[in-house]
Design a protein around this ligand. Structure first.
Ligand code: ZN
Length: 261
C-alpha cells in the first residue's frame, strides 16, 4: 500500500527572494516531497498555486490520500472554488496537513471556523519543540524534545478551536510558547497543523521535521472508501421512514424538495 500524497506549495518567495531560493532551489514543495518519498509507504507529488486550478482538480483530489499545504504571501490568490473543493475532499476522508503560515490559508480557516491568529516575530531565534503525547503516531521515533536553531516565533494565544490532540508544544528563545502540533477531525478527514517552516530558514531539511511530516502523512491517511457526497442533506419521505408514521401538522416543504442552504 502506498499513500498517494500531494505537497501543495504557493511557490512565490522561492521565485522572488534570493535567500529562499538559495535554501530551496527546487522550491519548498519539492524539498518536502523528496523527503516524503524516502519513505517506501509514501508516494509524493507536488502542485503549485500557478498551476491551472492550482493543480487541485476534482480528479486529482479524488486520487489524493493526503494533501500537505504551505502558503504565506498569496493566501488571497487561492480561488474560493478550489478551497471549497479541498474542504469537501477532507470531509469525504482525505487527510490534510497544514504547515507553518498556512494557519492563515483559506482552507485552514474554512475548516477551523475561527480567526487562527497568533503573535509572531521574525528574529531567527531558537525553537524547542516538546512532545506532549509520547506515544502518538505523529511523534514516533522522535526524542522528547528537539531544536531548530533559527525559526520565526509564533506565540499564544493561537486562535484555533480546542484541538482533538496536542502532539507538540514549542518554546522560543524569546520566551513565548505555542501549540505547534495539533490534530482535528473534520468530517471523515484527519487534519494536522504543524508550526515550523519559515521560508528563510532551512527547516524542511531538518531530519526531525522530515520525520514528523512522514509520520503525519501516515497518521492522516484514511484507508476507508471516500464518502461520495459529504454535504448531502436528503429530505427523507414519510413512507421510507425506518418506523411507520402518519404525517401530522402543517408543512413548509413539498415532497422531494431540496430545502434551504
Ligand atoms: Zn513564516
Amino acid at each position: 500500500m502506498t499513500i498517494r500524497t500531494v505537497v501543495w506549495g504557493e511557490n512565490v518567495h522561492e521565485q522572488k527572494n534570493k535567500v529562499v531560493a538559495g535554501i530551496y532551489p527546487n522550491g519548498m514543495h519539492n524539498c518536502i516531497a523528496d523527503a516524503l518519498n524516502k519513505d517506501a509507504n509514501i508516494s509524493a507529488t507536488t502542485a503549485v498555486l500557478q498551476d491551472p486550478e492550482h493543480g487541485l482538480t476534482k480528479e486529482r483530489l479524488d486520487q489524493t490520500d493526503v494533501l500537505l499545504w504551505w502558503g504565506h504571501a498569496a493566501h488571497g490568490d487561492v480561488s474560493d472554488e478550489v478551497v471549497e473543493r479541498v474542504a469537501e475532499a477532507v470531509w469525504s476522508g482525505m487527510g490534510l496537513i497544514v504547515l507553518h503560515s498556512g494557519h492563515f490559508a483559506k482552507i485552514f480557516k474554512r475548516l477551523m471556523g475561527t480567526p487562527c491568529n497568533l503573535t509572531w516575530r521574525e528574529a531567527g531565534e531558537r525553537e524547542r519543540l516538546w512532545l506532549t503525547s509520547r506515544n502518538h503516531p505523529i511523534a514516533a521515533g522522535l526524542p522528547d524534545s528537539f531544536e531548530l536553531e533559527n525559526e520565526e516565533m509564533y506565540g499564544e494565544p493561537f486562535g484555533i478551536p480546542e484541538p482533538l490532540e496536542t502532539v507538540f508544544i514549542s518554546w522560543f528563545q524569546g520566551g513565548e510558547v505555542f501549540r505547534s502540533g495539533v490534530t482535528y477531525k473534520r468530517g471523515a478527514g484527519n487534519v494536522f497543523y504543524f508550526r515550523p517552516g519559515h521560508e528563510t530558514y532551512p527547516t524542511y531539511h531538518d531530519a526531525n521535521v522530515q520525520k514528523v511530516l512522514s509520520n503525519a502523512v501516515k497518521w492522516a491517511y484514511n484507508p476507508a472508501a471516500r464518502i461520495a457526497n459529504p454535504t448531502d442533506a436528503p429530505n427523507v419521505p414519510v413512507d421510507v421512514a425506518p418506523e411507520k408514521i402518519e404525517e401530522r401538522g402543517p408543512r413548509l416543504h413539498h415532497d422531494g424538495e431540496e430545502g434551504f442552504r
